[in-house]
Design a protein around this ligand. Sequence first.
Ligand SMILES: [Zn+2]
Length: 288
Amino acid sequence: MALVNAKEMLTKAKQGHYAVGQFNINNLEWTKAVLLTAQELNSPVILGVSEGAGKYMCGYKTVVGMVNGMLEELNITVPVALHLDHGSYEGAKKCIEAGFSSVMFDGSHYPIDENIAKTKELVGVCNDLNLSIEAEVGSIGGEEDGVVGAGECADPQECKMIADLGVTMLAAGIGNIHGKYPENWAGLSFETLDAIQKLTGDMPLVLHGGTGIPEDMIKKAIDLGVSKINVNTECQLTFAAATREYIEAGKDLQGKGFDPRKLLAPGFEAIKQTVKEKMELFGSVNKA
Ligand SMILES: [Zn+2]
C-alpha cells in the first residue's frame, strides 16, 4: 500500500477513542522494525522524521525512497504516513517536494500572529496536494534536535485559532516534555487538555514526548481527545540497552557475532517490542 496522509487514521482514532503512535525513525533497522510491527499488529502507524534524522539519513529523498521500497518489498498493507516531525517552514516545503505524505510545521517559537500566517500558507499547500499537516501551539518542554522548551502549557484560545486554520492535527503543550522526564515532573495538565479539547472539538490532538508518561496518564489523555502520540526516546533507550547487553556479553567476539546483521539484531527486536507495547497501550491494534 502506498503512503497515506494521516487524516483518515486520526479521524477514526478520535472517534474510536484510541491513539495512533508516531514512531520516529533513524535508519533502516528502525524503519523496518516499526513497519513490521505495525503489520503484525494490524495497526495504522505514523513514521516520524525529525530534520536532524532526515539529514542523518542523507536527506528526505533517501528517506522517501527507503520507506516506499519497504512498503512494497515487506508487503505492508496497513495505513502508513510518513511525517516530518517539528519541521521548519523550509523543512516542510522540502519534505512536501520529496514525497512525504504528512508534515508538521512547528511555529510554536514564533509570536502567535506569525505562527498563524506561516501555518495558514502551509495548510493551503498541503490541502492542494492531499497531505496532512500538524501545527503546534506553545512550547513543549525538553530538548529535540537542540530545540529547548520549559514544559509549558498552551493557551486554549491560541489553540482554537490555529485549529480553525484547517490543520489536520494539533500539538499543544500540556506539561509534557521531550526526552526523559525529570523526577520532579508535575505530570500532564488535564485541565489544559480538557479546555483545548472543548474549544477545538473534532480536531485530533497530538501528545509529544510520549516516553515515560505513566500509563494511566496516557489513557486519560486519550479519553480527553489525544489521537496521536509521539514516541522517540523510548525506542532509542531500548535499542541502546539491547545492543549494550549483546556487546557486554562478548557476543560480538564469538563466531561471526561481529556481522552487523547479528550485532544489530537484539536492538532491532527491542524496538519491535517497544513499538508493540505502545500500540497495545494506545489501543491501535487491529484498527488498520
Ligand atoms: Zn515533539
